[in-house]
Design a binder for this molecule. Structure first.
Ligand code: 6GU
Length: 250
């Protein structure tokens, strides 16, 4: 997968995405991530990228032209020549915005199947609407709170997407059975020793009885999900059939 990040602060994303599992995936050639500084695409001699809002009010808006010119460079680097040949939507552009739809695990799964993605990070009060229209940008948010810019949301989404690309995670890091992939939060987990500070690992986990352990995991997941995310719990009950013997949480 090729990922381009269009931003005024490329250093904010470069460091984070070069480390750990995503760094390894880039070295292995499974993933290519490149940041683009939108300021490099302004024609203004003072390198301005923002201006006042026609509707008035406080704050500055990012102008369409540098974003458009930066986008043209990204398409060229992706080797995408003929924009019109692809219905005017040659590659998915995600616009980082608290006004967007909320990014979920299902969004990550959908986007992990793309060959190329572009992340557009806004700053100031936002972006000239025409830039979003021209790029067919899809506004996406990471949750109901406001951040100073889209760089951290972009890193978060890229992490969630890239780890689903086959080969990016090693076998021992597999995303199968983790929280959200099946609609429940993960059960508690324990490693050695059997007792620490007077707290014991649940006896069933030491029993070696795999059927009982599987049932314990399911019930622990149900209890945790009901407690922490009641809306996910109700959704799960409505859409899944549980083994008859399952004890539902209080
Ligand atoms: Cl994507 N951007 C900003 N600025 N704030 C956010 C967000 C994005 N998602 C949640 N809050």
């Amino acid at each position: 997968m090729k990922i381009a990040i269009m931003t005024l602060f490329p250093e904010m994303v470069d460091g984070i995405l070069a480390e750990s599992i995503l760094g390894r995936a880039q070295k292995n050639g499974l993933l290519e991530i490149r940041s683009y500084n939108i300021r490099d695409y302004t024609l203004d001699k003072h390198r301005h990228v923002d201006d006042y809002c026609y509707s008035g009010g406080a704050g500055m808006l990012m102008q369409a032209e540098p974003i458009w010119r930066c986008y043209q460079q990204v398409l060229a680097d992706f080797g995408i020549e003929d924009q019109e040949g692809m219905d005017g939507v040659p590659v998915k552009v995600l616009y980082m915005s608290p006004q967007g739809e909320v990014f979920r695990q299902s969004t990550a799964v959908e986007l992990s199947e793309e060959e190329c993605l572009i992340f557009l990070c806004g700053h100031y009060e936002g972006v000239d609407e025409r830039a979003l229209e021209l790029l067919h940008a899809r506004p996406v948010s990471i949750g109901d709170y406001v951040l100073t810019g889209g760089e951290m949301p972009a890193c978060i989404m890229i992490d969630a997407i890239a780890r689903l690309i086959p080969g990016v995670l090693g076998n021992s890091e597999s995303p199968v059975g983790e929280s959200f992939t099946d609609g429940l939060l993960e059960h508690p987990q324990y490693t050695r020793p059997e007792e620490f500070m007077g707290l014991r690992v649940p006896d069933i986990l030491l029993s070696g009885d795999h059927k009982k352990i599987e049932q314990w995991k399911l019930e622990a997941s149900l209890a945790r999900t009901k407690e922490r995310r009641p809306e996910l719990y109700e959704e799960y009950l409505a859409t899944h059939k549980l083994p008859k013997k399952t004890k539902l949480p209080e």
